[in-house]
Design a protein around this ligand. Structure first.
Ligand code: BDP
Length: 696
């Protein structure tokens, strides 16, 4: 008897357990039953049956049945409370091709929610928006359309399955088994992206192999394009500029050479025959050893326009402005501006210049890139990094929504006028094209992003690409509600923690405007002492310039004068160390250790205390999380607790190693009450990480 009871108990437990593990695979599309008594529609009514409308219906069915715990039917007419999807017969101008309208009303005596759009993709976006609004407690009625046309992920994925700067496992693209293997995960990838409005993806690394443009690889890419198409996602490829030599057997890749031009034209035609809605090319040229037009004495626009011509009105070229050269002795901060600004207005209409958020390289904090204020005649595409190459990989919690917002809200004073925020420049109101790209943090890890909180960075990127003027705080709130629970006892402290988290990381890695202090190659841990790399501007010492007298990079007129690349009014943000935001202080100024900061403390003390504060905050994040235990499933609770433990330990490592090193320069005592580094500077210098992920 007892045995039977045990067996029955085991069965009950099994049935009561969630059908699948809370491993993060469902992202923010979990659709768990809502506690609120709001009556939800019981049917979905749609007239069309296109692949995109089918996807919208399927998502609504999945979402509403999950949220209500009921079966949801699909019908042609309204006979129950319903969601009605309608493509407008007379286009509504304000909605454009991707916008939607959601309205509550009544039809056939039943309450209905009408989702209307000019296009099928608008209906899909509307369906996702409606589900989001239910889950986040927003009112149903809304009208929305994206402010940016190209909202793209950039995968730095290699053909061998590795991911440059990827910390979430291997590449999602199984090039080896494609085109035959069609992983269902590709559809979930598309769903997740469509749910946040992403409408394009560059499949391969900017450090591109020409092979990705060969017929077998195009066939593989075509399968992905077919899978993504119903979700409004077009595919793009990074193009290696020297492909005409490597694949075409030509002697040159000179963009003005007729044979080279013909080769690219034929290649574009071949691509369009396989992928009719191919989006276009992303190009890293003449940067970090990549081939480019300058190898032939030509300019960036010669290269970009040649590819633009090959694509014609079928696609776009996204030409990256991330360029710097060993031969140029000038401050690396200045190089992209010097190379691109003189060519403003000379790019073909289907070219966008893709600019990183800052002039160096995705540092924990960077002032906005001066090009955003300087090329009014060219559509400038924003490039953010979602993967956290310089912010602790996937192991440290740093919510980047707050970072993106900081950059997007900065005023560039383009054309000397106020109100030209980076967001407005990116929205490109004077241009036919506009775009925002995010270097993806996605891989084969079950939770997609390497850690649960890193999903929020993917989410925030998509939402801000849709509306660059959106609020990082609101976006974090939405994400937390959908990904975990709408319970305010969870949402309020967790959103507060997220909003502070990137600041915390900046404090324990690169406080007061310091930058590029990461160790060689992998960029993970501290390496402020590194001074032995081939190029001066690869060395951390180049950036902090610390000696026994002071620290910081003078980018004012007495130094490299990079500051002058900003509009006169924008220069005022950072020109005067006394009045500026000190979080950028040492980015622009070289100051003595005794320099009196706003707190009244000398710079040395301030620096040490900021490191100390960052490390303490990282440790405290664990406590906040511990208090969230009642609101989170055991599996994700534990996973997050363990990454926070790693983060706290490594924040202390950053703090200790940095303080030890800078103290060896300043020769000053630590401010009262601050603990000395745990180990010697030599110990920190001796650490090596040859197998850190993401480094190729
Ligand atoms: C740097 C990365 C490197 C990329 C490069 C780029 O360290 O792996 O190839 O940027 O953006 O941040 O091209």
């Amino acid at each position: 008897m007892r045995r039977l009871i045990h067996a029955l108990c085991a069965l009950v437990c099994l049935l009561a357990a969630p059908a699948f593990a809370e491993d993060g695979y469902d992202l923010w599309l979990r659709y768990k039953p809502l506690a609120s008594a709001e009556p939800l529609p019981r049917a979905i009514v749609a007239q069309d049956n296109t692949p995109t409308v089918k996807a919208a219906v399927a998502e609504l069915q999945r979402g509403l049945s999950g949220l209500s715990g009921r079966r949801i039917s699909v019908a042609k007419n309204v006979s129950a409370p319903s969601v009605v999807l309608t493509r407008l017969t007379t286009p509504e101008a304000g909605l454009g091709n991707e916008g939607y309208m959601i309205r509550e009303g009544r039809q056939n005596g039943q309450p209905v929610v009408r989702i209307r759009a000019n296009s099928d993709i608008g209906l899909l976006y509307g369906a996702f928006a409606y589900l989001r609004r239910i889950q986040t407690g927003a009112t149903t009625d809304t009208t929305d359309a994206p402010k940016v046309r190209l909202r793209l992920l950039n995968h730095w994925d290699n053909l061998d399955g590795t991911v440059e700067r990827g910390y979430a496992g291997a590449s999602l693209w199984d090039w080896w088994r494609l085109p035959d293997l069609q992983d269902p995960r590709y559809t979930d990838y598309a769903r997740a992206n469509a749910s946040i409005g992403i409408n394009g993806t560059v499949l391969n690394n900017v450090n591109a192999k020409a092979a990705s443009l060969t017929a077998p690889y195009l066939d593989k890419a075509a399968v992905l394009a077919d899978t993504f198409r119903p979700y409004g996602i077009r595919i793009y490829l990074s193009a290696r500029f020297s492909a005409p030599i490597e694949l075409g057997g030509l002697k040159t890749a000179d963009p003005l050479d007729p044979a080279v031009r013909a080769w690219w034209k034929a290649k574009a035609d071949e691509i369009y025959a396989k992928i009719p809605d191919f989006g276009g090319f992303l190009v890293k040229a003449n940067s970090e050893g990549q081939p480019g037009p300058q190898d032939y004495g030509r300019t960036h626009e010669d290269g970009a326009n040649m590819l633009a011509e090959a694509l014609g009105n079928r696609g776009v070229v996204m030409w990256r402005a991330f360029v710097y050269k060993a031969e140029v002795a000038d401050d690396r901060h200045k190089q992209a501006y010097s190379e691109f600004k003189p060519h403003d207005g000379q790019f073909a209409p289907n070219v966008l210049v893709q600019v990183k958020n800052g002039a160096i390289d995705f540092q924990p904090r960077e002032p906005f890139h001066p090009l955003f204020g300087a090329m009014p005649k060219t559509p400038l595409m924003m490039e953010f990094q979602i993967t956290k190459e310089y912010l602790g990989f996937a192991t440290h919690l740093a919510y980047l929504g707050q970072y993106y917002e900081e950059t997007l809200r900065a005023d560039t004073f383009q054309n000397g006028q106020t109100g030209w925020s980076v967001a407005r420049v990116v929205e490109g109101e004077h241009h036919a094209l506009s775009g925002m790209a995010g270097v993806a943090n996605i891989g084969t890890d079950r939770n997609w992003s390497g850690s649960h909180f890193d999903q929020a960075n993917w989410y925030a990127f998509g939402r801000l690409a849709w509306n660059p003027q959106g609020s990082a705080h609101d976006i974090a709130t939405e994400w937390a509600k959908m990904t975990f629970t709408p319970d305010p006892r969870f949402v309020t402290p967790v959103v507060a923690l997220m909003m502070r988290s990137r600041e915390t990381v900046a404090d324990y890695m690169t406080p007061l405007g310091l930058h590029h202090l990461m160790d060689t190659g992998h960029h993970y841990g501290p390496g402020p002492w590194v001074d032995n790399l081939g190029r001066p501007d690869w060395n951390p010492v180049y950036y902090h310039k610390a000696d026994d007298k002071g620290i910081g990079f003078d980018r004012t007129r007495t130094g490299s004068d990079a500051l002058s690349q900003y509009d006169l009014q924008a220069q005022k943000f950072w020109a005067d160390p006394k009045s500026m935001d000190e979080r950028y202080l040492l980015w622009f100024h070289h100051l003595s250790w005794d320099y009196k900061t706003r707190s009244g403390r000398p710079l040395w003390d301030e620096l040490v205390l900021t490191y100390d504060k960052g490390a303490k905050e990282a440790a405290a994040m664990q406590q906040t999380w511990a208090e969230m235990k009642p609101y989170v499933d055991a599996e994700r609770f534990k996973a997050i607790a363990s990454t926070l433990r790693i983060q706290a330990r490594e924040a202390k490592w950053w703090r200790d190693a940095s303080i030890a090193y800078f103290q060896s320069k300043s020769g000053r005592p630590l401010p009262a009450g601050v603990a000395a580094p745990e180990k010697s500077l030599d110990y920190y210098k001796s650490l090596t990480f040859p197998y850190a992920p993401g480094h190729h």
